[in-house]
Design a binder for this molecule. Structure first.
Ligand code: NAP
Length: 304
């Protein structure tokens, strides 16, 4: 039996593991794909305290090494559900059922899809959700990035170092990204902003050849030739499998506050998957520390 099972090995989950294992808890992290979460697709992290400029994968590797150095175990399995047996919980994966005193859900959030014609058909054939992973396939080509947040602008800047031309397509006439990113984008000639247009269709033969856009006010359509479409339009949580046990908000985020407690005693939440104002690496790491400490208090009370 484990003291704590952490679902997800992003910054929230790995920080929770550092705090839990360091406090002497027997800790298992379960991750379905790779450790690091979203930061693995961030070219450069420059707003994490005490780190100047670090590649996302380097920060992920360092967090992982630190977590396992205190004795946490990481299993690569997909979690399907949690069963609440009163004071104990059972975490069910594709391969195993693990009994634990507490659970910390730190499963992050996934990239949203445009849900337009051609998106699924050309996924992996020019449609991508990760510029850092797939950008090098489009060296010296024309690409477009959809979105107006931090991710879209960071990805457009990253691609501008590789590609011949980067269209940055956004549905409003101003970005929601941080000011310094907007300034950098505006200074980068290779990036051509296409404002107040929404993507309506991705076309091609064997791979992406063009994207059709609609002007938001006039409804007028135009087509841009492009070799790739990078979709960076935000995130969504995947918590449906926990909805019978813990309260979610209308967007599927786990309802919690700075205590990282959920509506189910013994289940805690950390990082982007919970209701919060600011989804950043530093706030995810902070949640991980809070959730692990709350799990320790819960276990101590159980055993009193
Ligand atoms: P985001 O901030 O939610 O931005 C999503 C963007 O996509 C918005 O500009 C939005 O337009 C647009 N959009 C949403 N749905 C769309 C649709 N169906 N069609 C066309 N456009 C659509 O998402 P994000 O950039 O992925 O960032 C997620 C979180 O991570 C944010 O909290 C962000 O600050 C954080 N983050 C931080 C950093 C950093 O600090 N360096 C880096 C990356 C991400 P509207 O503007 O019109 O809503």
């Amino acid at each position: 039996m484990y003291d704590v099972i952490i679902i997800g090995a992003g910054p929230a989950g790995l920080t929770a593991a550092i705090y839990a294992a360091r406090a002497g808890l027997n800790c298992l992290i379960i991750e379905s794909t790779m450790y690091g979460g979203q930061i693995t697709s961030t070219p450069e992290v420059e707003n994490y305290p005490a780190l100047k400029k670090t590649a996302g994968w380097e920060l992920a590797e360092s967090l992982y090494q630190q977590a396992i150095s205190f004795g946490s175990q990481l299993n690569f399995e997909k979690v399907n559900s949690i069963i609440n047996d009163g004071s104990l919980k059972t975490v069910i994966t594709d391969e195993n059922a693990y009994v634990t005193k507490t659970v910390i859900i730190a499963n992050g959030a996934k990239r949203k899809h445009l849900n337009i014609e051609g998106e699924d058909e050309f996924s992996g054939k020019g449609v991508s959700y990760c510029a850092y992973c797939d950008g090098s396939f489009f060296k010296d080509k024309t690409v477009c990035v959809c979105g107006g947040g931090n991710t879209a602008l960071e990805d457009a800047l990253y691609l501008s170092n590789l590609c011949k031309k980067v269209y940055l397509i956004h549905r409003r006439n101003e970005y929601r990204a941080q000011k310094h990113l907007v300034e950098l984008v505006n200074k980068t000639e290779i990036i051509e902003p296409v404002l107040s247009f929404i993507p309506v269709k991705i076309s091609g033969a064997d791979s992406v050849e063009s994207i059709t856009l609609r002007q938001v006010e006039s409804g007028e359509e135009k087509t841009l030739e492009t070799d790739a479409v990078f979709v960076c339009i935000g995130l969504f949580p995947e918590n449906n499998s926990f909805s019978d046990m813990i309260n979610l908000d209308s967007n599927g985020y786990i309802i919690s506050d700075e205590t990282c407690k959920t509506s189910c005693p013994g289940i805690f939440v950390a990082g982007d998957t919970r209701t919060k104002e600011l989804r950043q690496i530093v706030t995810a790491a902070s949640d991980g520390a809070v959730a692990a400490t709350a799990a320790l208090s819960y276990i101590n009370q159980m055993e009193d």
